[in-house]
Design a protein around this ligand. Structure first.
Ligand SMILES: *[C@@H]1O[C@H](CO)[C@@H](O)[C@H](O)[C@H]1NC(C)=O
Ligand SMILES: *[C@@H]1O[C@H](CO)[C@@H](O)[C@H](O)[C@H]1NC(C)=O
Ligand SMILES: *[C@@H]1O[C@H](CO)[C@@H](O)[C@H](O)[C@H]1NC(C)=O
Ligand SMILES: *[C@@H]1O[C@H](CO)[C@@H](O)[C@H](O)[C@H]1NC(C)=O
Ligand SMILES: *[C@@H]1O[C@H](CO)[C@@H](O)[C@H](O)[C@H]1NC(C)=O
Ligand SMILES: *[C@@H]1O[C@H](CO)[C@@H](O)[C@H](O)[C@H]1NC(C)=O
Length: 748
């Protein structure tokens, strides 16, 4: 049981990262067209089928094509779609001058063509020869004598040369083992709008490779990765630094293509018309400051490039145009860089390290509809945050570090439409139940709300992704529901859970090690709270009773009853204490206990600098006081929680380094509760509070307020001249504690 709690507590900080590959924003370019699927199969409509020739997986496609064309007798039928996918071709066959019965050349008919999944050979390989007689069913002999340079004949693409494709709109060359994009490769394709050359091994792009593609708007260059003989990745090289310069692309997909900083030039020359760009998992780790200045990007994916958004204003220039941004797993720890993105509608920030969201960062996100913060480190919050975004409809906070649902949080979340809160190691409290009840009630009151795509002319997967989640979600169903389920909440809102299933909304109850369903927790109504309390007493939680009999706890009780508004703090404290009491049942400290350390120092990460630079040198060198710091003195192999408890138990006294940041950290708050609890349990009085800054009453949890009323606290002076006095006081306190362990020295 103890182990369970420890596991639970540790999951608060080490939320298990499930690195299952979340999708990139774009996928195989199949989001911009509908005639070929991910595996190269034609997916034309029945009406179009008579104009399709599908020769995929055919062993002799050239002969078959010839036969098919020979059967095109009606002028209403022509070859609009052509597939030679997965035919084991080693080069593009010279088929485009083939004519049908009405002397229409293939090159003047075909509009959509796929060669998906062939194995085109490089420059030097021999390849197969086309020596067929094209005279079987009346078609005229094709002219094989027009190939230009003899050198080019061996290149996989020689079949394209010297052909004018007057209608070709889309060309699919994915997964063809292409390594080099040579000179004037697509020269005859002046009508081409979309080119898919993903999933190849392209490592070199000639400066004229894209010449003549005057109408190209979609380029899929995703999933290209070449390796040398030793299996090391080859960098993409371009003859011209600005490889895409003369194209007027609207969308470019470079996802999963390994890029280096040297390839940034490609991105720099993308031009005004670019509206969609995917750099998902390219390995880039920074963007030049002004890389997007010339574009008006609306859709951008920079996911899984660690550190890519770390520079100063990495997205400069697109603040007023960006609508969809995916930035999963980029090591982001704040949302501050998004503060001016007023048009943003979808922001996908899963798998980052965001723990706190400043109001200033989100206040201007006036059009944000979807905010996905799955797998970050968000804690409970007390200030308005999400309600600052008026259009926020879908908010996912799944798998974060939220332990406590507070009233402020409920108020902040009320008006989103969909909310995900599972996998958060929630502690059961009545607010969590209220939230749950409201979600159930809202299921009955409100219709489904979908995220509408603005008219950008660009189809976007991101909207479908979230709408599908909304469409397929489970609805909360209350088990035993009477009138009371829906009344008596006293608060309302519109949200529903988007990640609900009967085993995801669970919480850890007071004094128990096994999570229960939030559905089974008591609500916050006054009557039910008393019921909870009675129930718990009846259940024999004498620990609570024992705690209640301690005089100092009585003071808190008194205070809390005086300030009823704050009753939940008491409630939380009690719960934490009870929970913690299960962790370590070691005896009360007596005079003979041997302490390894004089003082246990608890501080939050942000104050680490102060502890290491100021406190430690003074304490250890000048006062010969030994301190246990959680990072330095923890035993390898023990869980953090066990370490903290053991460190506290082996220390004569406890010192809390308090700052406003300390209070924002769930973990530090936890240590504070733990400290207070250990003090009560072991009847030690040796707690020193050091305030690094003033903490207004408003921000003090009641635990702290109480501690400040009863314990020694020393304020770190801003003025350097007063610091010697600070050290003197501290030394006096610590020495006093060291020599007379149970005496309380107040210097406040
Ligand atoms: C990660 O997620 C996938 C599916 O989303 C699931 O199948 C897998 O079990 C998860 N792994 C862990 C370690 O949670
Ligand atoms: C091919 O067919 C045409 C008529 O359709 C004929 O004139 C020509 O001689 C044939 N060529 C060969 C090589 O059989
Ligand atoms: C292709 O078209 C261009 C002009 O549109 C013309 O100059 C060229 O000769 C044509 N090539 C062939 C092989 O027909
Ligand atoms: C947002 O805009 C304000 C005012 O124009 C500017 O001072 C601030 O630096 C901008 N913030 C970011 C992150 O670009
Ligand atoms: C909460 O908001 C107040 C004013 O609105 C601000 O002074 C305070 O710093 C904020 N606290 C946090 C933790 O952000
Ligand atoms: C949850 O639902 C599954 C099937 O949907 C069911 O088998 C299971 O018993 C349910 N669990 C609870 C605790 O209701």
């Amino acid at each position: 049981m103890i182990l369970r709690i420890i596991v639970f507590c540790c999951s608060i900080i080490f939320s298990s990262a499930n690195n299952s590959k979340a999708r990139c924003l774009t996928g195989y370019m199949t989001d911009v067209q509908n005639w070929v699927d991910q595996h190269g199969n034609l997916i034309t409509s029945p009406a179009e089928r008579q104009n399709s020739i599908d020769l995929s997986t055919n062993v002799d496609p050239v002969k078959m094509l010839h036969q098919h064309m020979g059967m095109l007798k009606s002028s209403h039928r022509y070859v609009k779609y052509l597939s030679l996918a997965r035919c084991d071709l080693t080069r593009v066959p010279p088929i485009f001058l083939l004519e049908d019965m009405q002397r229409r050349q293939l090159s003047a008919m075909v509009e959509y063509m796929t060669f998906y999944g062939n194995k085109f050979l490089g420059m030097s390989a021999a390849g197969e020869h086309y020596t067929l007689s094209f005279n079987a069913t009346g078609a005229t002999i094709m002219n094989l004598g027009t190939s230009p340079q003899t050198q080019a004949e061996n290149i996989w693409s020689s079949g394209f040369s010297a052909v004018n494709f007057t209608k070709l709109k889309e060309l699919d060359l994915r997964a063809c083992s292409i390594q080099v994009l040579g000179q004037n490769l697509f020269k005859g394709m002046s009508e081409l709008r979309a080119l898919y050359i993903g999933e190849n091994e392209i490592f070199y792009i000639d400066s004229t490779a894209f010449a003549g593609l005057n109408k190209l708007v979609h380029l899929d260059f995703s999933r290209n990765q070449a390796f040398d003989e030793n299996g090391n990745p080859k960098n993409l090289a371009t003859e011209s630094y600005y490889a895409f310069q003369h194209l007027n692309l609207i969308s470019l997909d470079l996802s999963f293509t390994k890029l280096t900083q040297r390839n940034l030039g490609m991105l720099k020359s993308l031009g005004k018309s670019l509206r969609s760009l995917s750099l998902c998992e390219t390995g880039l780790n920074n963007l030049h400051a002004d890389i997007f200045l010339t574009t008006s990007l609306q859709i951008l994916d920079v996911s899984r490039n660690n550190g890519i958004l770390q520079g100063t204003k990495p997205l400069k220039g697109i603040e007023d145009s960006l609508i969809v941004l995916y930035a999963q797993e980029v090591g982001l720890n704040t949302m501050d860089i998004f503060q001016n993105f007023t048009k943003l509608a979808i922001l996908q920030l899963a798998n980052n390290e965001i723990n706190n969201i400043e109001a200033s960062a989100v206040r201007n996100l006036r059009h944000l509809k979807v905010l996905d913060l799955n797998k970050n480190r968000i804690n409970s919050w007390f200030n308005r945050t999400y309600s600052l975004m008026p259009e926020l409809s879908y908010l996912s906070l799944k798998d974060n570090n939220i332990n406590l649902i507070t009233e402020e949080m409920i108020e902040d979340l009320m008006y989103v439409d969909y909310l995900a809160l599972s996998e958060n190691s929630l502690i059961c409290n009545c607010h969590s139940k209220d939230l749950y009840k409201m979600a159930a009630k809202n299921e009955m009151l409100y219709k489904e709300v979908f995220v509408h795509q603005p008219e950008t002319g660009l189809h976007q997967n991101a909207y479908d992704t979230y709408n599908d989640i909304i469409r397929n979600r489970n609805k909360v169903e209350l088990n035993e529901c009477d009138e009371q389920c829906y009344t008596d909440i006293g608060i309302s809102g519109t949200f529903r859970f988007v990640d609900y299933s009967n085993d995801t909304y669970i919480c850890l109850p007071f004094g128990e090690s096994k999570p229960v369903q939030i559905a089974d927790v008591y609500s916050c109504g006054r009557a039910s709270r008393e019921k909870t309390y009675e129930q718990e007493l009846k259940d024999g939680r004498l620990k609570l009773l024992a705690l209640l009999t301690l005089p100092c706890v009585m003071i808190i009780v008194g205070m809390i009853y005086m300030f009823r508004r704050h009753i939940r703090y008491f409630y939380i404290t009690m719960r934490n204490s009870a929970m913690l009491s299960l962790i370590n049942k070691k005896d009360v400290v007596d005079d003979n206990t041997i302490f390894n350390y004089d003082v246990f120092v608890s501080y939050c990460n942000e104050d680490r600098g102060w502890v290491l630079d100021h406190l430690l040198p003074h304490m250890e060198t000048e006062c010969s006081i030994s301190a246990c710091l959680h990072e330095r003195d923890f035993l390898v192999g023990l869980s953090i929680l066990e370490n903290i408890v053991s460190c506290m138990d082996r220390s004569r006294s406890i010192m809390l380094i308090l700052s406003q940041r300390f209070l924002l950290s769930q973990w530090c708050q936890f240590e504070m509760h733990l400290a207070q609890h250990r003090l009560l349990e072991t009847r030690r009085e040796d707690l020193t509070l050091i305030l690094l800054e003033d903490i207004p009453r408003r921000l003090r949890p009641n635990t702290l307020h109480y501690l400040m009323l009863t314990k020694t606290y020393i304020v770190w002076p801003k003025d350097e001249a007063e610091r010697p006095i600070f050290w003197k006081r501290l030394k006096k306190t610590l020495i006093a504690q060291k020599t007379k362990p149970s005496e309380n020295v107040s210097l406040a």
